[in-house]
Design a protein around this ligand. Structure first.
Ligand code: PLP
Length: 438
């Protein structure tokens, strides 16, 4: 090492660092173990030569989380529903509802009569009134749980679910709907081919073992070219229950996303039951929505498995507030105009330039993400930074997550609430110098 003093010797000792009053104060809210872990990680990086030893304290302070649990991050990826970032962010109304419900709450008590009441009746009523075509509604833990419940109740014990080979979807992280369905004891009766399935294919598969026809929306891919699929309306004519897994959670058609199915349309077309997620396009908490035939929903609700899939009071509070409250952050992110985003990004660039950091504003394409609409791109703008900014921004407080594209880090403000633009600017300026260049 050119005969210089080994920099590892200059890394400050743990007890010296922990004596800093700011770190000590953080220990009081985060817990001692968490604080030591953050400090230890920064010391290790300094020992490996990734940061200068004299910056260990500053970096540790910058990287200290504000909370003891999951950390809030700024989503500058341009992916509106990012599964790794928790999909839909809750609206302020939903956040307030969650905070209010965190203590004791009337989740199963009627305050007027003093009697036990239907759990989450406010959320269920809000969902029912949002989709009048549904005879009844139920809410479980997530979309996968909704499917598992209906498969168990209608097809458990070896009965058949008839489904197109073009709709056997992997939802992510290695989880596949066919495996989920068969794990309940149901059998799959696959019909058609990857690209083409006809009404006759479904009709030919029906028999005494048929439990229901399943129509799955391919929410994360498209099949293009020589294709054919059968709409819910035609399936409904076959005289067997039709379950439509629409995935995204749109309750009514959305002109912005014309290819996305919605619950009201599927039910009006004759679906017996619709299943959907709460934290995709609906913009609410993780939940599985079940809407449709009154008698079937009652059977689902009464099945023993329903208790294992039940949602907690926080979810019910957030869902009710999402359904009754103002437009969600997801709705707003999808509709942010290219012009407004460009102005915000240029302002950020100009402020960074005034602070001595030269950056560029580039046209970018945002996407809906894991929640649906794989074909839709949203015209957007991004601030382009050197790739080396990615790690320090991700480790900062608040963490800012961008998107790497062709050797650059792009920060797309579409999913960053405008009141956080200053936080993004400050985070970029906090990235310490020495490792900017390497
Ligand atoms: C997302 C999705 C699911 C799984 O829903 P989760 O809420 O993630 O469990 C199932 N089916 C479709 C079509 C989906 O898009």
């Amino acid at each position: 090492m050119n005969g210089a003093v080994d920099p590892r010797r200059r890394v400050p000792r743990t007890d010296v660092l922990l004596a800093d009053p700011r770190l000590a104060a953080a220990g009081a809210t985060l817990g001692r173990a968490r604080l030591r872990a953050v400090v230890g990680d920064v010391q290790d990086r300094a020992r490996r030569g990734e940061i200068p030893p004299e910056q260990v304290l500053a970096v540790a302070l910058a990287e200290l989380p504000d909370t003891a649990a999951l950390r809030p991050v700024l989503n500058a990826t341009g992916v509106v529903l990012h599964t790794n970032l928790g999909r839909a962010p809750l609206s302020t109304a939903a956040v307030n509802a969650v905070v209010a419900a965190a203590g004791h709450t009337d989740v199963e008590l009627d305050l007027r009569t003093g009697r036990r009441a239907r759990r989450g009746r406010g959320a269920l009523a809000a969902l029912a009134s949002a989709v009048p075509a549904a005879g009844a509604v139920h809410v479980v833990n997530n979309g996968a749980a909704a499917l598992a419940l209906v498969a168990t109740v209608l097809a458990g014990g070896g009965r058949e679910i008839v489904v197109s080979r073009g709709e056997l979807v992997e939802i992510g992280d290695g989880f596949r709907l066919p495996d989920l369905l068969t794990s309940t004891g149901a059998r799959l009766r696959e019909v058609g081919t990857t690209n083409r399935t006809s009404l006759a294919d479904y009709a030919a598969a029906l028999g005494p073992q048929t439990a229901f026809l399943l129509k799955v929306h391919p929410s994360n891919f498209v099949v293009r070219g020589f294709t054919a699929a059968v709409p819910v309306g035609a399936l409904a004519g076959l005289g067997v229950p039709v379950v439509a897994d629409i995935g995204s959670g749109l309750l009514a058609p959305d002109a912005l996303l014309p290819a996305e199915p919605d619950a009201a349309t599927a039910l009006r077309a004759g679906a017996t039951l619709v299943t959907a997620s709460g934290d995709k396009l609906l913009g609410g908490p993780q939940a599985g929505l079940l809407l449709g035939d009154t008698e079937l929903v009652e059977r689902l609700r009464r099945h023993p498995l329903a208790r294992a899939l039940r949602v907690d009071k926080l979810t019910l509070a957030a869902l009710e507030a999402t359904l009754t409250g103002p437009e969600t952050p997801t709705w707003r992110a999808l509709r942010a105009t290219s012009g407004a985003l460009r102005l915000r990004t240029e302002r950020l660039r100009d402020q960074l330039a005034a602070a001595g950091l030269k950056t560029e504003v580039v046209a970018a394409a945002a996407v809906v993400g894991g929640g649906g609409a794989p074909e839709v791109t949203l015209e957007s703008w991004a601030l382009a930074l050197p790739e080396t900014y990615a790690a320090p921004l991700r480790r900062g407080e608040p963490p800012v997550i961008g998107r790497l594209e062709r050797g650059r880090l792009l920060l797309d403000l579409r999913c960053v609430p405008a009141e956080y633009d200053d936080a993004v600017r400050a985070a970029v300026l906090r990235v310490p110098g020495p490792w900017r260049e390497n």
